[in-house]
Design a binder for this molecule. Structure first.
Ligand SMILES: Cc1cc2nc3c(=O)[nH]c(=O)nc-3n(C[C@H](O)[C@H](O)[C@H](O)COP(=O)(O)O)c2cc1C
Length: 334
């Protein structure tokens, strides 16, 4: 049987299929289904900067309302049980998941600005998380803000977080940077041990009858694999960090492509959300059968074989390929 074991962020994984952040981690029983189906590690759903800030503001408000005396203020505390303590619940959940699962648990923190919420990285570590995934989901809408200002702030945020924890930190980023390799290298210099490519932006739709913007979350399609695949292939071997591919992995074949492009692990969310946790076992079986049929003995042997460095024609990932792809359509016009 081929060797599926691998490492990610210095953690030992039984295989390279990682459950990407999704609602599966919200309930221990559901997360356990994923672990039972064989996934190598679990990334938890994110705790958002906004949730943390909301709670601390609410707590301030709660404690300062009518607190004529300290003793009186103390009597309010029991009621906190009924209050929405999202971040505290998240920390508790980390402990529960760690207790019930024998696979690494990666907590996810989602935010962009610096501030008190960053402290939660250390609290996640103290709650037992094996690693941290920092999701810097940000969309710039202000024409006066430059990309270099934004990138600088994001790099500083990553540095602040990596300096405050001992566990490894991976950064989940967007595909839309003018020079992704440069930004990626700066994140690694700032202490990131892994890069998770990519965040999938949820594109709002427009309701032209109701004249409203409609928030839309569609699950991914397998063709979406190509965007992260190309970037993993380009970045492979150029950075001192693990690459994790997320978006569009829907099968064992998708995992093979991710590994061959150069990713350390392949992450999966939509396929599991759509078909159930048990699908992870089928995907792993497909991976194993493919490897056996093609005489690969380990995932390490496959990794990077089709990266930009590994292929005979590295320009296939670049602009040169663009012209070729377009002209190949000239003969197909009806
Ligand atoms: C229902 C759902 C919830 C998600 N929640 C999170 C989240 O909390 N944090 C995060 O970083 N990504 C979240 N994601 C994104 C996934 O982790 C993943 O990166 C993305 O869906 C692309 O992978 P896929 O093609 O396998 O779905 C979510 C995705 C789905 C479908």
């Amino acid at each position: 049987m081929p060797e599926l074991r691998t490492t990610y962020l210095g953690l030992n994984l039984r295989n390279p299929l990682v459950a990407s952040a999704s609602p599966y981690s919200k309930k221990v029983e559901k997360a356990k289904e994923l672990a039972d189906a064989g996934v190598g590690a679990l990334v938890m759903h994110s705790l958002f900067e906004e949730q943390i800030n909301h709670e601390s503001r609410a707590l301030d408000h709660f404690l300062n309302q009518g607190t004529e005396s300290f003793a009186e203020a103390l009597t309010y505390f029991p009621e906190m049980d009924h209050y929405d303590v999202g971040p505290e619940k998240y920390l508790k959940l980390i402990g529960e998941l760690k207790k019930s699962l024998s696979i690494p648990v990666i907590a996810s923190l989602n935010g962009v600005s610096s501030g008190g919420w960053v402290d939660y990285s250390r609290r996640m570590q103290d709650a037992g998380a094996d690693a941290l995934e920092l999701n810097i989901y940000f969309l710039s809408t202000d024409p006066t803000v430059t990309s270099s200002d934004l990138e600088k702030a994001q790099v500083e945020l990553v540095q602040q977080i990596t300096e405050s924890v001992r566990i490894p930190v991976a950064v989940k980023l967007n595909p839309f940077y003018t020079s992704l390799p440069n930004f990626a290298a700066r994140l690694v210099d700032a202490g990131a041990k892994g890069l998770v490519l990519f965040n999938r932006f949820y594109q709002p739709d427009l309701d032209i009858e109701a004249l409203e913007v409609v928030p839309t979350l569609d699950l991914s399609k397998p063709a979406e694999l190509r965007l992260p695949l190309r970037w993993v292939a380009i970045l492979y071997g150029k950075l001192k960090a693990d690459l994790a591919l997320t978006t569009g992995v829907h099968s064992g074949e998708g995992v093979v492509k991710a590994l061959m492009a150069g990713s350390q692990v392949a992450m999966m969310a939509s396929h599991l959300v759509h078909h159930g946790a048990g699908e992870a076992a089928n995907v792993l079986k497909e991976l194993e059968s493919w490897m056996a049929a093609h005489e690969y003995t380990s995932v390490d042997q496959m990794r990077g074989a089709l990266s930009q460095k590994g292929v005979a024609n590295p320009a296939a990932f670049e602009r040169a390929n663009y012209l070729q792809v377009l002209t190949s359509f000239d003969t197909k016009l009806k």
